[in-house]
Design a protein around this ligand. Sequence first.
Ligand SMILES: NC(=O)c1ccc[n+]([C@@H]2O[C@H](COP(=O)([O-])OP(=O)(O)OC[C@H]3O[C@@H](n4cnc5c(N)ncnc54)[C@H](OP(=O)(O)O)[C@@H]3O)[C@@H](O)[C@H]2O)c1
Length: 342
Amino acid sequence: MAEKNVAIVGATGAVGQELLSILAERKFPLKSLRLLASARSAGKKIRFEGEDLVIEELRHDSFSGVDLVLSSAGGSISKEFMPSAVKAGAVVVDNTSYFRMNPEVPLVVPEVNPQDIKKHKGIIANPNCSTIIMLLPLFPIYKAFGVERIHATTYQAASGAGALAMEELRLESIALAEGKPFQRSVIPFQYAFNLFPHNAPYNDGSEAKAAVHAPLGYCEEEWKMVAETHKIFGDEKLPVNATCVRVPVLRAHSEALNIRLSKKASVEEIYEVLLGAPGVQVLEEPSKNRWAMPIDASGKDPVLVGRVRTDLSQENTFDMWVVGDQIRKGAALNAIQIAELL
Ligand SMILES: NC(=O)c1ccc[n+]([C@@H]2O[C@H](COP(=O)([O-])OP(=O)(O)OC[C@H]3O[C@@H](n4cnc5c(N)ncnc54)[C@H](OP(=O)(O)O)[C@@H]3O)[C@@H](O)[C@H]2O)c1
């Protein structure tokens, strides 16, 4: 692979920091690396491969000479700045939701639809983290048996809301454990020792919510899992539904999937498919009632699966448990795999 001039937009964030670690781990062929963030971080230094790299403020002219931009500073930043990156001749792999449903922009999980990368016109979108984690085990099952319907319930970690949310959960947990009051500024509700349905924008049917893409009664996070699955599979008709929940876990999302298959299958046949699935690892010790947990997935590449069992209430329907580090496979790793394929 020829060496590339790379820029990370949002280099100080949860995803940005993980991008840096993975570039180093995978020995991505770098000619140069530019770190971009807000004016708040400009001038600070980040150590990378034994060198101190100075963070620069993101500007429209930040991309001169850059081949590849890995962007994760939020949708509004991508909307404003990524067209300038493309104009300067760079290819952008964007972690935000801004371009995901744009028909001109491929939405790619390398284990599922790597062929779509070729259709890019300068920008490739990285899917939502919960969607990626669901699709890694779902896709080989979909190919082997066909899927008639899927319902996912998520148990999402603080890391999905960024570095500041992780820090707030940590500090709130300490304060509440010590019986002290705590002033929240990132997460809207008590998060330590609690959980709540996902706080992404919710469609309550009011005119003010007309800009929310989710159908009535759903939040954006739930709708992303539906719409993005359709786009990535190229199957608009696949019935998908989701309930998304934030749980007070620092890092790595868990999901309970309920999948009705088109062809008859057994639990053993599903395990056989999962054992050969790229990016997936079966992790469980049923005799000890021990199943994959967020602490098993944290900082790791594979999406962990297990607890496959028949749904007692419906024919040819199966439940399974899935856990994945959504900063890694759900964001930074997926983006770098796309860059490697490019
Ligand atoms: N966390 C996840 O698991 C995950 C997964 C998939 C996708 N994503 C998406 O990735 C994006 C970043 O998420 P994150 O969790 O890494 O958030 P984060 O930890 O809050 O980091 C945000 C980053 O954006 C930078 N930024 C903010 N305002 C900026 C501006 N005006 N100009 C330039 N840079 C600016 C911040 O720089 P400063 O430090 O200078 O403020 C920081 O580097 C979001 O769109 C998110 O939806 C996140």
